[in-house]
Design a protein. Structure first.
Lengths: 330, 330
């Protein structure tokens, strides 16, 4: 079982006296959620029709910069796409830029592929399939789109595919996303709706790739791949450029504030995306425990016990509790 | 592409002058939806935690009569389970009691299996995998649980599996469901939340099977298989025996009324479940057209042009329009 963030009930078991409400800084989900609009009853009662799925793809193409909505498949969360790909794209050798989100290597291993982890981007030149999280989770490393185009153009000559997981690409560098390169042969880009829009519970993710790959994914997921609720919310949210712009500013300000706070308590910056910060500290495990006792869940890494990943506090009450807990731990 | 019900936008294209609101009688979705409760924002914003998924399984085990919540896998709709199974359970020969819901045969064929359709239940004795919709869609044929136990006990001796799709089992005969037979070796039962509770847009389905099959399905779907909204709604709805009992009575009354109405216009009863009626008429295509012009979508069957399937009208306005349209068509 791969450990993930977000498990507040485990924190509650471990620290039953922690003050409520618990504060979850263990995920990379935008705390400034897209404001929930009124949702019509039919989004719950009726199956989404093909025309509605088409509008969802058009909204996604606009928001992500895809050349054509037909190059997009929709799914009930990016994780489902990650879990499904190995059964659709047979591969003997898979290379992964590491460390990164653990599910990629796990699903390819489970499908029988030999998975090679590499700490440098040269690992991405090998493998029938190469996997890059961009920007990377948790260390924030990034490749720009031009480098990805060069990389995959070379890989494609020998039939290689490249999966670029852009779960944390929103609100970041505009030159980073590989979406507009599609349909570059063998390139598969994943985008997560829930993290960027703060609506992870609706389960919605997108795959952008050549038409043949999109068709294979759509066949694998069947005729009703996403909920009416997700379709309704995302059609609105993905079309809302004003919200995205305002939120980018809010996230930048919160990230800067978090940098200052963490640095002030001796937590050394290792990496970042718009939605989280990765820091290093000699006593990181003790610090995570102290935060946990204070009702604050952060992300630890079994393989890197000196690392902690912090999401952005959602409000002033959370900032105050975080600062107090860091002061008490320090 | 397999034709399905529910495509109102296609009806609108075909009959642009049809009076709105269109009435969708083409699906088998309960028109008396579970009343939508207030849904907490966290159901949208947060990923469902493992403990919440566990409570969902407990609610499903109670509602469906499963022996143990650990024998249940949850998914974003039964269709996703149907589409996923062929890639998890290799089979050379698959037998399907036909005619039935078309996706079963399609997904096994696409996975490379030889699919044999049989009109009688003896076909279910053959095949590495046998598929039974119970009660069957669209003709309402049914096998009781005792017959399924005998059938699968024989099949299991030579390693055969049996998929029982109970999409329309709710509100029906209590002796029909095979859920309580699980973990009978090789038996896989599917239950649809959306149809019975009138909430098809939330995408939620269940697979009940031996623990090894459940584990394989859970691995294939990944750590967040269903939305927070589906989890919240279904935990409430599946625990609400009073609603189920009241709704069963309402559906029986609506079904009886539909029987009388259709018989009065010469539509001969062929089969039924609690959520739809299948009828036969020599001029069924003309009748479907007349209903379409009146803004009422019913289900047609390309292979059986003399058949029409009617869902239950949701309210008195729909009853009146249906009766008027039938009178005008007749």
């Amino acid at each position: 079982m791969i450990p993930h963030g977000g498990d507040l009930s485990r924190l509650r078991q471990r620290f039953p006296d922690a003050p409520e409400p618990l504060i979850d800084l263990s995920t990379g989900i935008n705390p400034f959620s897209y404001p929930l609009p009124a949702i019509p009853d039919t989004a719950y009662t009726r199956l989404p029709e093909r025309a509605q799925i088409r509008r969802l793809k058009e909204a996604a193409a606009g928001a992500y910069g895809a050349r054509d909505p037909e190059l997009i498949a929709v799914a009930a969360g990016t994780q489902l796409l990650i879990s499904t790909l190995p059964r659709l794209l047979p591969a003997a050798q898979v290379s992964v830029l590491a460390p990164t989100y653990g599910e990629h290597a796990a699903v390819w291993s489970a499908a029988g592929a030999a998975v090679v982890h590499g700490a440098g981007p040269e690992v991405l030149q090998s493998g029938d399939v190469a996997v890059l999280c961009n920007p990377n989770n948790p260390d924030g490393r990034r490749l720009d789109a031009a480098a990805i185009e060069t990389l995959q153009s070379q890989r494609a000559r020998r039939g290689g595919r490249l999966i670029v997981d852009e779960a944390f690409a929103e609100f970041g560098d505009a030159h980073l996303s590989a979406v507009s390169l599609v349909p570059l042969p063998g390139l598969i880009v994943l985008r997560s709706f829930g993290k960027a829009y703060g609506l992870a519970g609706v389960r919605l993710g997108f795959l952008i790739a050549e038409r043949a790959v999109v068709a294979r994914v759509e066949q694998a997921l069947g005729p009703w791949p996403v909920s009416g609720v997700a379709t309704h919310l995302a059609c609105m949210a993905l079309s809302d450029a004003a919200w995205r712009q305002a939120t980018a500013g809010r996230l930048t300000a919160a990230g800067d504030r978090l940098d200052s706070l963490l640095a002030g308590y001796g937590l050394e910056s290792v990496g970042r995306t718009s939605l989280f910060r990765l820091v290093r500290h000699g006593k990181a495990p003790a610090m995570a425990d102290a935060l946990g006792r204070a009702g604050i869940l952060v992300r630890e890494f079994p393989d890197r016990p000196d690392w902690l990943r912090f999401g952005l506090p959602p409000d002033e009450a959370a900032w105050a509790r975080l600062e107090n807990a860091l002061a008490a731990a320090g």
